[in-house]
Design a protein around this ligand. Structure first.
Ligand SMILES: C=C1C[C@]23C[C@H]1CC[C@H]2[C@@]12CCC[C@@](C)(C(=O)O1)[C@H]2[C@@H]3C(=O)O
Ligand SMILES: O=C(O)CCC(=O)C(=O)O
Ligand SMILES: [Fe+2]
Length: 359
């Protein structure tokens, strides 16, 4: 039996300070444990040079006849882009945003009733990657995979929850369809077609894919310049589709530009290339390093749809993209193997599965 996402972290417990989760609203000064300096994150102040570069990730109209090439080019240069005309109904985006807002508005004690366990996958807590940093992040999260009903019951014992569950289910379905469309569009731009990826075409109806939903909340912060919402990371996915409320905070990293803020464009969605897509494309697509900053006046919400293959599928570079004279850049890996590597080695995970060619 392949490992389910829900079991992926069983052998990798993390002891997170759930119970120290502060009541963010009551703090008027940033505690030391939340104050980040370049010692805590070497890329903290990586500034654009020359400064004030006006470049940004492209906003791509999915109805544009050249959308495939535009997406392909964005995946190579940025590893991220925004999309308009994606077909996901606006009411659904508003619905998931409302749900996210209601969830994080609950009193801390209530949220902790649905706390993620040390070895668990879903529930309320700080970001998994927190264990790799000495400082705390100014955010709270809620991870969902499969039906959220059990966790929602702990949060809202008196509520009729069908509505909330329906929103989550509908959102995941729409995201799933969109993610697969984006994957094939971007692969088309590399000359890769469905026949080149057997595991996907052998399992039609997207049976080969699975996903998780990560709801994030970045409360208003008294000293945003010294705090970190979500530290720099790449996603361990094929693709991540992100909905952000109308508040800036997401930043993507480019070696030549430093940190670039992704402006919220109402109704559009942000797409990130994840590490597995980098592997599949034999390094042609870049998995984007990104982070979230916070601000002093508006609380920020985001909903990340983290998308990858079923747990028994081995992902390796598409043979067509590997030149005849060289070997593939990466060895093959399943999503669960990769998540475990990430859980122990964090940002070193990709280099751990890289093939090192002897000179
Ligand atoms: C399917 C995934 C992907 C996870 C782990 C697991 C569930 C939660 C995801 C996130 C969401 C927040 C950032 C991140 C870095 C984190 O800490 O938890 C992500 C991580 C990854 O992309 O590696
Ligand atoms: O909140 C954001 O903009 C980023 C969230 C994110 O990177 C994640 O959930 O993986
Ligand atoms: Fe992310």
């Amino acid at each position: 039996m392949p490992t389910m996402l829900t079991d992926v972290f069983r052998g990798h417990p993390i002891h997170l300070p759930h119970s120290h989760q502060p009541d963010f609203t009551s703090l008027s000064e940033l505690p030391d444990s939340y104050t980040w300096t370049p010692k805590d994150d070497p890329l903290l102040d990586a500034a654009p040079s020359p400064p004030a570069a006006s470049e940004n990730i492209p906003l791509i109209d999915l109805n544009h006849p050249d959308a495939a090439n535009q997406i392909g080019s964005a995946c190579r240069t940025w590893g991220a882009f925004q999309i308009a005309n994606h077909g996901v109904p606006l009411e659904l985006l508003q619905g998931i945003e409302f749900l996210t807002g209601s969830l994080f508005q609950l009193p801390v004690q209530r949220k902790l009733k649905a706390a993620r366990s040390d070895t668990g996958f879903s529930g309320y807590g700080v970001a998994r990657i927190s264990s790799f940093f000495n400082k705390q992040m100014w955010s709270e999260g809620f991870t969902i995979t499969g039906s959220p009903l059990n966790d929602f019951r702990k949060l809202w014992p008196q509520h009729h929850l069908k509505n909330y569950c329906d929103i989550v289910e509908e959102y995941e379905e729409q995201m799933q369809t969109l993610a697969s469309k984006l994957m094939w569009l971007s692969l088309t731009s590399l000359g890769v077609s469905e026949e080149d990826i057997k595991w996907a075409t052998a399992n039609p109806d997207l049976n080969w894919a699975q996903s998780a939903l990560q709801l994030n909340h970045y409360p208003v912060c008294p000293e945003p310049d010294r705090a970190m919402g979500l530290a720099a990371h790449t996603d361990s996915t094929l693709l991540t589709i992100l909905h952000q409320n109308n508040t800036a905070g997401l930043q993507v990293f480019r070696d030549d530009l430093g940190w670039v803020t992704v402006p919220p464009v109402p109704g559009s969605l942000v797409v990130n290339v994840g590490d597995l897509f980098h592997i599949l494309s034999n390094g042609l697509f870049k998995s984007v390093l990104h982070r979230a900053r916070v601000n002093q006046t508006r609380s920020r919400f985001s909903v990340a749809f983290l998308w990858g293959p079923q747990s028994d599928i081995k992902i390796s570079p598409v043979p067509k993209l590997v030149s005849l004279v060289e070997s593939p850049l990466y060895r093959s890996v399943t999503w669960t193997e990769y998540l475990r590597t990430k859980a122990t080695h964090f940002n070193e995970a990709l280099s751990m599965i890289r093939n090192h060619i002897d000179e």
